[in-house]
Write a new protein. Structure first.
Length: 300
């Protein structure tokens, strides 16, 4: 009986030691994880890689390691964030996030502004050269490709309306679709296609609205632009953001996320955003350098 009692105590002591060791290991791992942040982004390219290199460097100086997880299409990063596969993402504008939340019963929130990337209507090409030099040259019956996801299609159609090519009948706050086209004097054919494939259609259409992410990845010539959004207008809904889960400030990643925000919203990063994008993208956070300031710095 005494032997059994002693054996029981010994087993209990060993188990307790293992449990404490496990807790200790877990605590150390958790402490390390507090300083590591997984950020979901679209595939890195010559435009975005220099930006994230500087952000990672600045965050590292503050003790935070940024691990980037790249995605290939716009449908993936929010799902990954909601499922806890990543800590934050940085790939979308506010309108896209709000619409995704609505369609997926999500509660992701914007935590910081990053940049504004005005979209462009590019001329179609023939033998590698632009077919047209001005939006007014588009002929009757011209075919124009636009992204087929709801928010970017609405944005593209609004761009075509601003360019004077068509008119939309849509209520404030609603997304426009081709069904909302109320006037189409040139009888344009609007071709809906996935955003990542729009640039590839330029050789087979008269014009295409291409998101800058894909235009830059696929080396679209910005000199073939027929029309673009005017950054001086109110484009708040199209400002890109860093997004997180609703309760991010209560998580063990809150300090790391705040460090990421400070690292991103930095004047050095602002200049890289402008220069690396060939002066297409603009920093969009409060207090960011203006286009004139960025341009002046580029000439130094």
């Amino acid at each position: 009986m005494k032997f059994k009692k002693i054996l029981g105590i010994t087993v209990l002591a060993v188990a307790s030691t293992v449990a404490l060791a496990a807790c200790g290991a877990g605590g150390n791992k958790s402490a390390k994880d507090d300083k590591t942040l997984t950020v979901g982004i679209m595939t890195l390219d010559n435009t975005t890689e220099p930006v994230w290199d500087k952000v990672k460097e600045l965050a590292k100086d503050k003790g935070v390691t940024i691990d980037l997880k790249e995605f290939t299409d716009f449908n993936q990063p929010n799902k990954a964030l909601k499922n806890g596969e990543i800590d934050v993402n940085a790939f979308q504008h506010i309108y896209f996030l709000n619409n995704w939340n609505k369609e997926n019963k999500g509660d992701l929130v914007p935590v910081a502004d990053t940049l504004l990337s005005p979209i462009h209507l590019f001329s179609g090409t023939e033998n590698g050269k632009a077919k047209y030099k001005d939006v007014k040259e588009l002929p009757e019956g011209a075919t124009i490709s636009v992204p087929n996801d709801s928010t970017n299609e609405s944005r593209a159609l609004t761009l075509l309306q601003t360019a004077g090519l068509l008119k939309l009948d849509v209520k404030d706050g609603e997304l426009a679709t081709i069904k909302n086209i109320s006037e189409n004097p040139k009888k344009l054919e609007i071709k809906e296609i996935s955003a990542e494939q729009a640039a590839q259609t330029l050789s087979s259409v008269d014009a295409a609205v291409v998101n800058n992410t894909y235009a830059q990845q696929q080396n679209v010539d910005y000199n073939t632009t027929l029309f673009q959004e005017d950054p001086s207008q109110d484009l708040k809904e199209w400002v890109n953001i860093i997004a997180a889960n609703k309760d991010w400030e209560k998580s063990n990643k809150s300090d790391a996320i705040k460090t990421l925000i400070k690292a991103y919203q930095n004047d050095e990063v602002a200049q890289i955003i402008y220069d690396a994008s060939n002066k297409v993208d603009l920093p969009a956070w409060k207090g960011a350098p203006t286009r004139d300031q960025l341009e002046a710095n580029s000439k130094k």
